[in-house]
Design a protein around this ligand. Structure first.
Ligand code: FAD
Length: 265
C-alpha cells in the first residue's frame, strides 16, 4: 500500500499574527511545528503500513524550514519525504496549494491513499485535502474517525457527523482527511530520529512538478484577503443569585422569556 501524507508546518502558537497591510501571516519570530492535526494523519498512515505493508511518503509545501516537518514525519515512521519549496510558491491560497501538492503527487506516480489532517491550525480552512482530490479527480471523504477495513479495491471508514458516525466505503485510490479521535500519535523514536537526520530530503520546485506558472503563488491564487480584523468578544452576562425557591423560579421564568424573545426556544 502506498500512502501519501501531506503535512503543513505551522507557527507554534494559537495566537496567529497577521500583517494587516498584506493580509498574510507573520511567521518571523514564531517557532514552526508540524500542524498538530497532521500528526494523526501520519500515525494512521504508519499504522496502515504496519498492518498491510507498503510505504508512507510525507510531502510538504513551504519554506526550506519545512524540511524539519518532513524529518519529524520520518522519525515517526514515514519512509520518505518530499519538500516542495520555491519562491514561486509563496503566498499560495488553498486552490494553489492543492494544485502544487497534486502536481507533486502526480510525479510520485502510483499511490493508494492520501491522508490529510482535518485542517491546519493557522489557515484553518480544511480546504486543501478536498482540493487535492479535486485536482487529481479521485474520491475523498472528510472527518474520518476510524479506518475499519482495507480491501483490495476499497476502504471502509467511519465518518464523524453532527449526531454520531456513519460507515462508508470508498474506492481506492482516494483521499481521506482524519479527525483527532482516530488514534493517539506516537512519539518519534531515537532510531527514527537518527534515520531522519541521515536522510537526504528530495526538494522539488515548479519545474520538477511541471506546475503551470499561472496556477502558483500569490499571483496564481484567486483568493484575495480584503480585510483582516480581530473579533471583539463582548459578553454582558446577567448573573442572578436566588436566595429562595421563589426567586429561583422567577429567574428561570425570566430566562425562558429571554430565550423565547431571541427565538432559541
Ligand atoms: P487546511 O486546508 O486547513 O489544511 C488541511 C490539510 O491539508 C492539512 O492538515 C494538511 O494535511 C494539508 N496541507 C495544508 N497545507 C499544506 C501544505 N502547505 N503542505 C502540505 N500539506 C498541506 N486561503 C484560501 O484559499 N482561502 C482563505 O479563506 C484563506 N484564509 C486564510 C486565513 C488566515 C487567517 C490565514 C493565516 C491564511 C488563509 N489562507 C486562505 C491561506 C492558507 O493558509 C493557505 O492557502 C495554506 O497554504 C493552506 O490552507 P490552510 O492552512 O487553510 O490548510
Amino acid at each position: 500500500m502506498k500512502i501519501i501524507v501531506p503535512i503543513k508546518q505551522v507557527p507554534e502558537t494559537s495566537n496567529v499574527k497577521m500583517d494587516m497591510n498584506t493580509g498574510t501571516m507573520v511567521r518571523e519570530g514564531v517557532e514552526p511545528i508540524v500542524n498538530p492535526l497532521d500528526l494523526y494523519a501520519i500515525e494512521e498512515a504508519v499504522n496502515l503500513k504496519e498492518k498491510h505493508g507498503g510505504e508512507v511518503i510525507a510531502i510538504s509545501m513551504g519554506p526550506q524550514k519545512a524540511g524539519f516537518a518532513i524529518k519529524e514525519a520520518i522519525s515517526m515512521g514515514c519512509d520518505d519525504g518530499i519538500l516542495l519549496t520555491n519562491k514561486a510558491f509563496a503566498g499560495s491560497d488553498t486552490w494553489s496549494t492543492s494544485y502544487v501538492l497534486s502536481q507533486a503527487i502526480r510525479k510520485i506516480d502510483h499511490f493508494d491513499v492520501i491522508i490529510c489532517g482535518e485542517r491546519a491550525t493557522d489557515g484553518d480552512t480544511g480546504q486543501v485535502g478536498p482540493g487535492i482530490a479535486a485536482w487529481l479527480d479521485i474520491p475523498f471523504l472528510t472527518y474520518i474517525s476510524c479506518i475499519r477495513d482495507v480491501g483490495e479495491n476499497n476502504i471502509t471508514v467511519e465518518r464523524m457527523i453532527e449526531n454520531g458516525y456513519e460507515t462508508l466505503d470508498i474506492e481506492i485510490p482516494c483521499l481521506l482527511t482524519v479527525v483527532k479521535e482516530i488514534n493517539y500519535p506516537r512519539l518519534p523514536t531515537l532510531g527514527g530520529k537518527l534515520r531522519a537526520k541521515s536522510m537526504e530530503i528530495a526538494t522539488w520546485g515548479p519545474e520538477e512538478i511541471e506546475a503551470k506558472k499561472e496556477n502558483i503563488g500569490l499571483h496564481g491564487s484567486p483568493t484575495r484577503v480584503v480585510k483582516i480584523s480581530t473579533p471583539k468578544v463582548s459578553r454582558n452576562g446577567d448573573i442572578r443569585v436566588p436566595n429562595s425557591e421563589n426567586e429561583l423560579n422567577a429567574a428561570i421564568n425570566e430566562l425562558i422569556v429571554f430565550l423565547e424573545r431571541k427565538g432559541t426556544l
